[in-house]
Design a protein. Sequence first.
Length: 84
Amino acid sequence: MVRLYTQPGCMPCMATKRSLDKAGIEFETVNVREDPAAAEDLRRRGFPSTPAVVATVGGREYAWSGHRPDDIAALAFLLKEAAA
């Protein structure tokens, strides 16, 4: 499962969404302004802002904040390997 935490008007969030789409990664979008529990989850993880990506692959969690094309590419590889 891949979850993208976003908020309205966030340009890096939109860029991250485009990068995930381009990489063929299926993800769930969570708007932290509409979901206070999600916003608190990000704070607990130490992420001060959006976007943030949290993914579980093969029982291991990967998480980062910011638009990170390198991490998106690595995640796409991990998901492909896990599906094989």
